[in-house]
Write a new protein. Structure first.
Length: 57
């Protein structure tokens, strides 16, 4: 997810989209949702690594 999102974001940024265009708005929205997804994935990874499995009976 990180590699695919990073490359598509960089490619879109290099296109030089105008600020008021629909594509420019979509890229701005994409940046925030991508960063939110990376943050949530990182939190999930940390919680998964810090949580201990319950002992089996």
């Amino acid at each position: 997810m990180i590699l695919g999102g990073l490359w598509s974001g960089l490619a879109a940024a290099l296109l030089g989209l105008e600020q008021g265009s629909a594509a420019g708005f979509a890229i701005t929205l994409y940046q925030f949702t991508f960063l939110a997804a990376v943050f949530v994935d990182t939190v999930t990874l940390v919680v998964a690594l810090r949580t201990r499995a319950a002992p089996q009976a």
